[in-house]
Ligand binder design. Structure first.
Ligand code: TXA
Ligand code: MG
Length: 341
């Protein structure tokens, strides 16, 4: 049955607290993307997240906390190097996969014996977690498969009529989901790149990057179940173009017969905005600032749909630092359609 979805401002936080304590799910902002939260210790509440998002049941959720004291209630058997990462990067966009305690219901962990924990670096999220005083399981607050929400209105577009409440905290900061690090393998393994980069993690512990992160094709049995599903995709076709002569290649591709009669766009860096006279151009920000591109990416993919574009070309980034996370999302958004220039 459809529910009425209310959007509230930070001064109405108590409404969100009340609903969460009653076992409802509520969308809230974090420093990465909006999450759809519910009491992580209440299987019935968590089931509502899966239903609202139409999320496959084998895809586990990240559990959000506000204090270091909560860690040992939720996970077990972690060593000093895990503590070091928590001290260095929490609160922040780093989710740590650890062996779970029995209090975490199976529905949260997708049947695995591990759980991902993270402490968000966002005042409103932390205040919500403190006042609810429960760990909150929260995936990104989008319909499964579509780009993650970086604004309250994105959540509304996807989940209106499916959830009771959206806490509006304005646009999120990073714009890409947290780094997911599996701390149960040796060395620790990045399953999803994000705001905390591989380079930063390596300053403290040895790290390997899961092959699926940089692979150019879908993986059938990834370690992170979420990575096998279609992801981050707008309705428009996305074509990712990489290499040395990207604008030339995109213009050549756009004039091919297969795109005749289609409404075409391009996500380009600011320096290239004038190079596409025949395409709708969306600005990803300066070439030297991948952080800006990351924060705009999902909004621009949603904008491409609002403009009713049939296909959108995207200029690729170098796969270092935050570029690794951007390219990881873009490859999936493109359904692995990557063209070399
Ligand atoms: O930034 C974020 O991480 C956002 C905000 C809301 O915190 N959340 C988020 O959650 O992106 P979600 O559910 O959209 O993505 C979680 C990813 C999925 O790919 C999932 O498969 C993986 O983390 N994951 C979660 N728990 C896991 C576990 N125990 N083992 C392996 N992968 C896990
Ligand atoms: Mg997600």
């Amino acid at each position: 049955m459809a529910v009425e979805t209310q959007i509230i401002q930070p001064d109405q936080l108590d409404l969100a607290v009340r609903l969460l304590k009653q076992g409802e799910c509520v969308a809230f902002p974090t420093e990465t993307v909006y999450g759809l939260g519910a009491d992580a210790l209440n299987a019935e509440a968590v089931a509502k997240i899966f239903a609202a998002k139409q999320r496959p049941a084998d895809n586990p959720l990240i559990v959000h906390i506000h204090s270091f004291e909560q860690v040992s209630e939720l996970v077990k058997d972690y060593d000093r190097s895990v503590e070091i990462l928590m001290e260095q990067f929490w609160p922040g966009p780093l989710s740590l996969i650890l062996p779970k305690q029995d209090v975490i219901p199976e529905i949260v962990s997708g049947g695995l014996n591990t759980v991902a924990l993270r402490m968000p670096d966002h005042n409103l999220a932390l205040e919500l977690l403190r006042q609810v005083d429960l760990p909150l399981a929260a995936p990104s607050a989008n319909l499964s498969g579509s780009p993650s929400p970086t604004r309250a209105e994105h959540v509304y577009q996807d989940l209106q009529g499916r959830i009771p409440l959206i806490l509006d905290g304005g646009p999120t900061g990073w714009g890409l989901e947290s780094t997911v690090l599996d701390c149960t393998s040796s060395p620790f393994r990045v399953l999803r790149p994000g705001g905390v980069t591989v380079e930063q993690l390596r300053q403290f512990v040895p790290i390997e990057v899961d092959p699926s992160v940089i692979q150019n094709a879908p993986v059938s049995k990834p370690r992170s179940p979420g990575m096998k599903y279609k992801h981050y995709s707008p309705k428009a076709d996305v074509i990712l173009v990489v290499g040395g002569q990207i604008p030339e290649k995109i213009n050549r591709l756009a004039s091919q017969p297969e795109y005749a009669g289609m409404k075409l766009g391009v996500l380009a860096v600011s320096e290239h905005l004038d190079l596409y006279p025949n395409l709708a151009v969306l600005d990803m920000g300066p070439q030297t600032q991948p952080k800006v591109a990351a924060s705009r990416l999902y909004h621009l993919l949603r904008t491409a749909d609002e403009m009713l574009l049939d296909a959108v070309f995207v200029e690729g980034f170098h796969e270092e630092d935050l570029g690794l996370a951007i390219m990881n999302r873009l490859r999936r958004a493109a359904g692995y359609k990557v063209v070399q220039s």
